[in-house]
Design a protein around this ligand. Sequence first.
Ligand SMILES: Cc1cc2nc3c(=O)[nH]c(=O)nc-3n(C[C@H](O)[C@H](O)[C@H](O)COP(=O)(O)O)c2cc1C
Length: 156
Amino acid sequence: MTYNDSNFLIETIVPEGEVIISRTDLKGVITYANETFADISGYSVDELIGKSHNILRHPDMPRAAFEHMWQTLKSGKMWQGYVKNMRKDGGYYWVFAEVSGVYKDDELVEYKSMRTPVPKETVTKMQRKYDEMKLKNKDMIRVVKYIPFEEYVELQ
Ligand SMILES: Cc1cc2nc3c(=O)[nH]c(=O)nc-3n(C[C@H](O)[C@H](O)[C@H](O)COP(=O)(O)O)c2cc1C
């Protein structure tokens, strides 16, 4: 499976009842990934382990969402939210994520995350909300533009 820009609009649906599980070290480097995570993201478990969790970062996600995630985690609380992730092939999938600390003898040792499917209507709502957040925060903006074939050929 290789990356291709033309997969950008292709959504992979997380099947109902499936849970995507991962654990990371305190810097967000993946230490565990379940098979469902590998299946949905298009990476193998081996490819995921040792990579930063931002390997899945989709450009449609506002920076503020992850800032809020890390602030919440650092204050010792669980973070819940909707995340659009990018697959290895350039496609995308939406999840509802719960991220929290793993404690051993009262000491924070890792983070863990469980992700479940998102209903279609919520996806539409969240995509709009994140687009608005990006505009408001002067974040990276997505532009879709149609160009004549001759101009496209020049770009190759
Ligand atoms: C347990 C855990 C799970 C995470 N899951 C995701 C995820 O599914 N997708 C994602 O883009 N970032 C996830 N992150 C956040 C990333 O570590 C990172 O902060 C984010 O992708 C933004 O990238 P940046 O910090 O390089 O800007 C997770 C972090 C932790 C600790």
